[in-house]
Design a protein. Sequence first.
Length: 489
Amino acid sequence: MASTIPDPHPDVDDRPGAPPPPERAARVEAHGIDHIPDGERRGRPRELFSVWAAANVNYLSLVVGGALVLMGLGLWQALAVIVVGNAFWLLTGVLAVSGPAAGTPSEVITRAMYGIRGNRVNNAVVGWLISVCYFALNLAAAATAAFSLACEAGLPVNTGVKIVVVVAVAALTLTISVYGHALIMKLYLPITLALTVAFAGVAVAVVRHADFSYTPEQPLTGTALWAAVLGGIALVASGPLSYTTSADFSRYLPRTTSARAIVGWTALGGFLPGTLVCALGAFAATAVDMTDPQSALRGILPGWFDPVFLLALILGTVAINALTAYSAGLALQAVGVRIRRSLSVLVDGTVSVALTLYALLVSNFLDTVNNVLQLTVALLGPSMAVYATDILLRRNQYDGRALTDETPGSPFWYSGGVNRAGAAAVLAGTAAASLCVDTLSCTGPIASALGGVDLALPVGLVVASVLYAALLPRTGPGLRLDPPPTDRR
């Protein structure tokens, strides 16, 4: 059945018919990729807002906003790109509705799209590998801020101190991920509020220095302008597109929770802070050199606020990485590794810490990883398109218990454990997007022919979605167009 081993609880009553223990923030979450029974479902959709808001009031959003101006866009052009790119949070919200419907995380729901065996490959690449790389990149950013904080405290920032700092930041992050869902739900509202206050202080300083009439000395026109606009949209959209796991954080909600509310609160939680903080980065780029955002912003902040700013950078990265590590742990289970969720999170964290230390102390590994992640939109876009299309085709009706069955008799075994419709759609979408991509490290032939215009995002989304809708049979093994008897209401 499910590749998961529940975390033990000393206060669990194992007698037949005994009620399940309530989910508590001070206790390690027992569930992994297994099905959440209706009796353990609780919460309200508005709680999802703070989860996604805390993950988007961060340093990365500032950097992305500043990068748009560095790409040659005018201020108002950059703001338009920010709004369009962040609109992809709507897709993240759509994916979240499958959590309460199935009572399982995204890593299990995608078995309906790819089959039991095909989904293991999907989780190994889209779920685990990309998540670990993002964790390492974000941890490196947090560590850099922490190094500056240590320097201000008078500590020598040598190799030993760097190792201690990286491990300490990772330990804080992984503690949240290990305790899991309940602690995330409890902590992320105060984290959102604290980060909002800190970034409001940054906003005051930025607004005082920003040039609201800024235009580049040589404004982009024609093909060059379209290349910058579409490349910028892909850059901003890579944030929401990386969260194909939004059902992980909604799966504890009652089955009868309003789908519209789930979509709305999830999308708003990502869109609002993502747009505002990205815009703040764009405003800052009109006044300071955002090629080194941390140093540049500290140059216009009051001296007393500098430590607050650095702590906010660290806290924001901890918030986003805790979600990443949580989902990566579930992905490792979904790959087929028989391990407790709490231990899978620690395994992921250990790998990410090792990559980060290697990058910071030995080589420029993160530069390489960063170039690779610029290409992930070519994979993440089609993956999200297949997921969203499946939700629409099935009318968000998933048999959660059947999804946890990994045997050849499972309705989601399809042919040899692979749903050929999903596999073909995501591969074709990724291939089509790769032909259209234009990054610093790779330019596809179509992008080259178009003068650097990057159409990878729209092409990948459309090809994957249309092909999946065309290939998925309307009846047959694994298809659940009608709700099972226990789901009817």
